[in-house]
Ligand binder design. Sequence first.
Ligand SMILES: [Zn+2]
Length: 450
Amino acid sequence: MNRDDAIKQIKEAMINDEIPPWKAEDEAAKMGIGVPENIAVGTMARRAFVEEKCGHKFYHIELPENPYHTAYRCPKDGTLWTLAADDTYVRCGLCATPLDVLPENERHKPLVNNYIGGVEDYYSYAGEVTVCGDVEKTFQNILCWGPGVGHLGISVGCFKINQYGPVEVKVSDWGQAARNLAFVFDTEDEREKAQALIKENLADIIQQMTQAQLAEWSGEVFEVDFLHKQHHADRILHCCFYTRFADHRGHGQTSHAVGLAKNLIDDLFARQNIKCRISVVAMGRDGDLKPSPRNRRGRYVSAQQNIPIKKFEKMIKRPIDDFLSYIELDRQGVLEEIGWPAYTGMGGEIIPAFYRTMKNNPRPYLVSCYQKVYAYIRGSDLVFGVELPNVEVGITSSPEGIISPMAREALKMAGIHSAKDYATAAAAITLGGEFNFAVRHIQEKMYTGR
Ligand SMILES: [Zn+2]
C-alpha cells in the first residue's frame, strides 16, 4: 500500500473509533510498512486525525523529516543515548566518542508517545475532555511532555471521567495580580497619621494608577488592604494593591502601577512632613512567585465529577471506603511532609506540561501549579475533584513578551479562546490525570505491572 493511502486509512479508522490514536504506528506496521517508516506514517495519520478533530491545520507545530528517535551506545563508557533521528551530533555527550547504533529491533521509537509534531518541544495528543458549568465545550488535549506515558494517562483518565458525563467546572471571571508596599516608622503615632493620609488620597491614587497602567488592559484596582507589623523598633505599615483582569495577566502593569502609587505616597508624606524612615516595594507580602494556599494572584478554578458509588466500586473492585482511606493517607502524607493541607500531586507534572505546551505568560508557572485533590461521598455518589486556586495566565498581548506562533496554534487547536478557557482546560486535564492515577493506585496496578 502506498504511504498516502495508508495515512488516510489509519486516520479514518481512528475517526471511526476502530483503533485508539496511540496504535497508529502499530497499524502502519500491520499494513506491511517497515521500521522506521511506520513511525512516520503513524504520526502523519494521527496528525491528520487531530486536524480533523480540531477543524484546524497544523502549520507552526512542524513535523521533522524523520519523526522518530535513534538509540545509540557509547563504546567507551557504555552510556545510552536516545537521540532525535535528525540530531547530527552523533557522539557521546560525556566523552565525545562516536556512538554505536543499537541493534535494529531496539533502534527506533516515536519521539514521544502519541507524538503529533514539534521540533524543540515534542507535542502529544492526549485525547479530549468535555466540560460543563462555567465553560461548556470539548477541548482537544495537546500536551508537551517527556518521553513517558503521562499523556496516555491523561487520555485514558479524561475518557474514564467523561463516561459519567461532562466534567463540571467553576472558574473565576477575573485573574488577580497583587503588589505590596511597605513603610517603616519610628512611632505608632506617625504610622497612624501616614495610614490616614493614604486613605484620604486613595481614590485619586487609584485613578492615576488606572489611567497610567491599567485601563489599556481593561484592568482595575479592586481592593487595597493595610496590615500593621513590627520588628523591634520598626513600626511597619504594609499597603497591598490588588488588581484584576479578564484575559490579561496584568502582573507587569500592576507592578508599575504600584510603583507610581509609591511615588505619589512618598510625595504626600514629604508635603505633610510625615517621618517615614523606609518606603519600599515589599514583595514578600504579595506572594510573588511563592506557592502558597493563599496566594494573592491568579484565578480560581475547580473541576469535579459525580460518580455513582455502585459503578465506581465495580470499577475498582473493592469497597468505596478503601478508596477514601487511600485519599486520606495521601492527603495526610502531603500535609505532614510539606506543611500544607493542599497538594501538588500529578498536577505538579500535568500543569507545567500544559504551560510548556501553550507557552503563555507566565513562563515561571510555579504558583499556578498549586493543586488540591478532594474526594467525598454525597448521597449515592462519589464526588471526585481538583481545585487550582492560583492559575495565572495572560491570553492577550503583554509588555512582558510575545506569544509565539507555535503557542497561538496550540491554543487554537486545543479550543482555548480566553483565559477562562485556559484555566478550565488545565483543571479538566488535571482531573483526568488524577482520576486515572488514583484509580490505578487503589487497584494496585500502578508501577506493579499487574
Ligand atoms: Zn562516552
